[in-house]
Ligand binder design. Structure first.
Ligand SMILES: NC(=O)c1ccc[n+]([C@@H]2O[C@H](COP(=O)([O-])OP(=O)(O)OC[C@H]3O[C@@H](n4cnc5c(N)ncnc54)[C@H](OP(=O)(O)O)[C@@H]3O)[C@@H](O)[C@H]2O)c1
Length: 334
């Protein structure tokens, strides 16, 4: 039998009890071009909340009564596709369950990378690593000596962005919630400074920590933090818009940034992106991330929770800042 979560109700604001329901049913069977995966790891990501909304976004929303969509890694246990055989290890867009069935086209082989565990390859190389790498390099276009500011700086994407920025020769300031997270990014990861947005005034701290202004703001939150950053942006600054987590649980449309005119005055480049736009270039990110990691310039921490039954309570951690590192459910072994 298969335990799996379905989307029973659309959350109004924060995810509430009963929005997602754990059900038990027979292990699914694949239709033409589908595979069934025995899930080893489920990635929990801020975007999960976007997929629960009624309106489609960069992907269709999850239909009520359907299994909750999620990124998974595991082993193929049944296949009706020429792309994968039983026993193959894969990662891709599946759903929250001990097993899931999905189109083979939504999956790729789990690459073997010497020195990196299968768990870490899935946790870091499938989503958050390429997001940090391509967002910063392609859109942020960092140059030696420039100042980079990143929000959700102690999170999965943000912590990688800051370290890649340091490796590229930038001065890096992170914005994160709480003294533990701020201490981790400065003492362990080598950020040049940190701002605890929960207890400090972001605008005045940016003025103090970025005396030459900000050349790149890697945007993960939106809202008040974006507004506080904008007045400090330098001429021809870049803002890769990666995420807007402060609004994911909002029940009303967020108020626009009052400092929007800075984009014109300072000729800023503001560009959104979705990491899967870069799928064809993933091997480039794998090589760069691996080299940085194996030379001690790129660290990460995982927040791993055991059991598919924990997925619903675990995903809520992301929106309260209660995750420390890349959030994963350990569903079973590879
Ligand atoms: N564009 C893409 O393709 C792509 C891919 C992956 C992720 N993303 C985006 O990248 C961002 C980070 O994702 P992640 O997977 O690395 O998650 P994460 O940073 O590991 O976890 C989410 C963090 O967001 C912070 N947060 C939550 N609510 C907030 C609020 N109202 N204001 C400010 N910060 C808040 C919390 O950190 P604190 O404790 O510091 O508040 C929390 O720990 C998200 O916006 C996500 O949607 C985009």
């Amino acid at each position: 039998m298969n335990r799996h979560w379905i989307l029973a109700k659309r959350p109004q604001g924060d995810i509430a009890d009963g929005d997602l329901v754990l059900q038990t049913s027979p292990i699914p069977t694949p239709q033409t071009d589908e595979i069934v995966i025995k899930v080893a790891y489920l990635s929990l990501d801020p975007t999960n909340r976007i997929w629960m909304n009624e309106a489609d976004s960069y992907m269709p929303s999850v239909k009520l009564g359907d299994p909750m969509r999620g990124l998974v890694a595991g082993r193929v246990v049944a296949s009706q596709s020429k792309a994968f055989a039983v026993g193959d290890m894969v990662m891709g867009i599946g759903s929250w369950g001990d097993y899931c069935v999905a189109p083979a086209s939504s999956f790729m082989s789990l690459p073997a990378i010497p020195g990196i565990s299968l768990r870490d390859i899935f946790a870091i190389y499938y989503l958050v690593g390429p997001t940090a790498y391509f967002g910063l390099l392609d859109i942020g276009a960092p140059k030696i000596g420039e100042t980079l500011v990143v929000s959700t700086a102690a999170g999965a994407v943000g912590s990688l962005v800051g370290q890649i920025g340091k490796a590229m020769g930038c001065r890096v300031i992170g914005i994160a919630g709480g003294t533990e997270k701020c201490g981790w990014i400065t003492k362990e990861l080598g950020f040049d400074g940190a701002i605890d947005y929960k207890s400090q005034d972001v605008g005045s701290e940016l003025a103090r920590l970025c005396p030459k202004g900000i050349d790149i703001y890697f945007e993960n939150v939106g809202g008040a933090i974006l507004d506080a950053v904008l007045p400090h942006m330098n001429l021809f600054g870049r803002i890769p818009v990666c995420g807007l987590i402060s609004a994911y649980n909002a029940t009303q449309a967020p108020v626009g940034p009052s400092n929007y005119p800075v984009i014109l005055i300072q000729r800023l480049k503001v560009q959104g992106f979705i990491v899967f736009d870069f799928l064809s270039r993933y091997p480039e990110a794998y090589r760069a991330l691996t080299q940085l990691h194996l030379t001690g310039q790129l660290k990460w921490r995982l927040h791993e929770i055991a059991g598919i039954e924990q997925a619903e309570s675990a995903v809520r951690l992301l929106y309260k800042g209660d995750n420390t590192g890349k959030l994963l459910i350990n569903v079973g072994d590879f």
